[in-house]
Design a protein around this ligand. Sequence first.
Ligand code: URA
Length: 168
Amino acid sequence: MSIEELNYQIYACRKCRLWQGAKHGVPGEGPLNAKVMLVGQNPGADEDELGRPFIGRAGKFLTKTLAEHGIKREDLFITNIVKHISPQNRKPYSDEVVACLPYLTTQISTIKPKIIVLLGASAKETPRLEGIEYMEIIHPSAAMRFNNMRDKFRLQIAELAKRMNRLS
Ligand code: URA
């Protein structure tokens, strides 16, 4: 299946309840030959409005922190484990994660990234495929809010930059 077909399925998805409160499904974005994939939880209000991942406050903080470490957002494939917004931004329920996972699995097997960065607890449910390096790091919205987490998050992004340099 092509990414366009997959995106179309995500826009039209009704496999769980979340589509009912959403304006847009948010498949994710980035080059199809990206070496690094970022996986967050699910879209927030800004992402739902525009249909793009990580473009709200947490996304801006993420993009800025990546840039401070020499990583261009446009080089990464950025997505979420769940592709629709949830009511009051609650954590997706496990049946919602399970319903949505095949989309992420297809994205991983199509893009074949070398490194997958899991942002926060929800993203840890991402399928682990042979030959891919996984990094579990703090979610940028937590890093934005708490000083100690911000410092740790910066170190984790620095480590990602180091691993990316090793790839090329
Ligand atoms: N938080 C997420 O986990 N994903 C987004 O796309 C935006 C905020």
